[in-house]
Design a protein around this ligand. Structure first.
Ligand SMILES: [Zn+2]
Length: 186
């Protein structure tokens, strides 16, 4: 699927509404990432919840950006994968991190495993898969009909962000991606 293609984007927009319906939510309702994860039977764990799990192992598992690691999906043989998250991030960043990881899973992305000098493998995704997960993650946080609903209510950007448990930057990203505009002054 082409990341920037209309077809892919439409699929993502539909997916965000689809999972809300499954959970008895309206398109304009917020969807907390932990609720979606529970529905998908994906355990979410902070590193300290894993006995004998060395933090340096997590650091080695993720490709870190400047702001440090956000969350990582660990495949578990014959079980659902688990997501280990960085508990030090803000609530809105945490939501975005988790939705991004869940998006990788919903898209069936397979991480590239990179051999390191540590006794474990380092995990990364193809750049195209990253773009796709970012798009779907944004849709999962804020649906297009949800955005239209909020615009119709003349909600300021910060209020839309609060409603969906997202960052104001994520609201702006979704406005840009969907070609929606808020009334001047909001
Ligand atoms: Zn990713």
């Amino acid at each position: 699927m082409n990341t920037t293609g209309v077809e892919f984007r439409q699929w993502c927009e539909n997916e965000a509404v689809h999972w809300r319906r499954k959970l008895g939510l309206y398109a304009y309702d917020p969807l907390p990432a932990d609720r979606l994860a529970a529905h998908l039977h994906i355990p979410l764990l902070a590193p300290d919840a894993i006995p004998d799990f060395d933090a340096t192992m997590i650091m080695a598992l993720v490709t870190t950006g400047d702001s440090g690691w956000s969350a990582v999906t660990i495949p578990v043989p014959e079980h659902s994968p688990i997501i280990i998250y960085n508990p030090s991030h803000t609530a809105v960043r945490h939501e975005a991190n988790l939705m991004h990881e869940l998006a990788h899973l919903l898209l069936g992305h397979r991480p590239i495993l990179i051999q390191t000098d540590l006794p474990i493998l380092r995990q990364s995704y193809h750049p195209e898969d990253e773009e796709q997960a970012t798009y779907l993650g944004g849709c999962l946080q804020i649906t297009r009909p949800g955005l239209d609903w909020a615009i119709g209510k003349e909600m300021p950007r910060e209020e839309i962000a609060r409603h969906f448990g997202a960052s104001a930057e994520m609201v702006q990203y979704r406005l840009n991606m969907t070609g929606r505009h808020q009334a001047p002054g909001l």
